[in-house]
Design a protein around this ligand. Structure first.
Ligand code: SAM
Length: 304
């Protein structure tokens, strides 16, 4: 849905655009191609390797001005202040992990290949997934796996983790995947690996993903130019619900008054949905890119 993202985002080729999730730089490169010489692209990623990769990919071609920032998008407003940037014309967020992060075993996101149980998008700070599974209480682990992974076997998995760590430190991805698989009674003809949801939950907890999304939306909605666009691609029902509820609060609605007449209720600034329903990937895209199956694209125009 790359083209749909850029089409929804771009309203002024000479404007200031923020890609909050550079990843492999696919969206950033596509956006840059359509920006004019007076346009600006500010790209963020909390993964320093992503910043380095995108710097190489974008090179130093003449054209729009580019700023790349290694940082959490939750702190985007502060970084923009530092760069002397006030309002922006567009913000793009393509949430979750990049294919690069998933494919490199050493990053510890994958239950398919063995690697250290890390899962931090920003490896320069914070607790790893190993810290979490070896130190958190059983109840806390069960809550994380149930809430963020929506795994109904969360209690059983948490108990198995606590039993296993009494014998040895849980330090590798395959070790954890094995513990989860056993707790869930093996593969039993499942289409997806039994550890899929638990791994997703731990990744979201380690990176405090939902809090970050809430913070960036909250901090940036008031920083958009009138008519600017916010475009968000989600891959998880909790992410999508959070984004939908946030923007819904900013869509003006009317309430009837007891004395007659109506009152307009809106959280400032008002926004307008670009599409009534979120866009989903075409069947063809879903076939070639499994990640696209759960993708939902939402976009709003701000200040209408
Ligand atoms: C799905 S990938 C983006 C892919 C990208 N749109 C592309 O075209 O290649 C998500 C990226 O967002 C980054 N990310 C996730 N949460 C972040 C946060 N809170 N702050 C900054 N970057 C974040 C991840 O490190 C990852 O590189």
């Amino acid at each position: 849905m790359r083209d749909e993202c850029i089409d929804a985002l771009l309203t002024n080729p000479d404007g200031i655009y923020v890609d909050g999730t550079l990843g492999n730089g696919g969206h950033a490169a596509a956006l840059l191609e359509r920006l004019g010489a007076r346009g600006t692209l500010v790209g963020f990623d909390r993964d320093i390797e992503a910043i380095e990769r995108v710097r190489m990919r974008l090179g130093t071609k003449p054209g729009a001005h580019v700023e790349l920032v290694h940082g959490n998008y939750a702190d985007m407003a502060g970084h923009l202040d530092r760069l002397g940037i006030g309002s922006v014309d567009g913000l793009l967020l393509d949430l979750g992990v990049s294919s690069f992060q998933l494919d490199v075993a050493e990053r510890g996101f994958s239950f398919q290949q063995d690697g250290p149980l890390d899962m931090r998008m920003d490896q320069t700070r914070g607790e790893t997934a190993a810290d979490l599974v070896n130190h958190a209480g059983e109840q806390e682990l069960a809550e994380i796996i149930f809430r963020l992974g929506e795994d109904r076997d969360a209690r059983r998995i948490a108990r198995a983790i606590v039993e296993a760590r009494k014998k040895a430190w849980i330090g590798s991805t395959l070790q954890l995947a094995g513990i989860v698989e056993q707790a869930k009674g093996g593969r039993r003809g499942r289409r997806t690996h039994p550890a899929t949801q638990a791994f997703q939950a731990l990744r979201m907890a380690v990176n405090e993903e939902l809090a970050g999304i809430e913070a960036v939306l909250e901090n940036m909605v008031g920083r958009m130019v009138k008519g600017g666009r916010m475009v968000v691609l989600t891959f998880h029902s909790l992410e999508d619900r959070l984004v939908k509820q946030f923007f819904t609060r900013h869509v003006p609605r009317e309430e009837s008054l007891p004395q007659g007449g109506v009152r307009r209720i809106v959280e400032e600034p008002p926004v307008r949905w670009i599409w009534k329903k979120p866009l989903v990937a075409s069947e063809a895209e879903q076939l070639t890119n499994p990640r696209a199956r759960s993708a939902k694209l939402r976009a709003v125009e701000v200040g209408v």
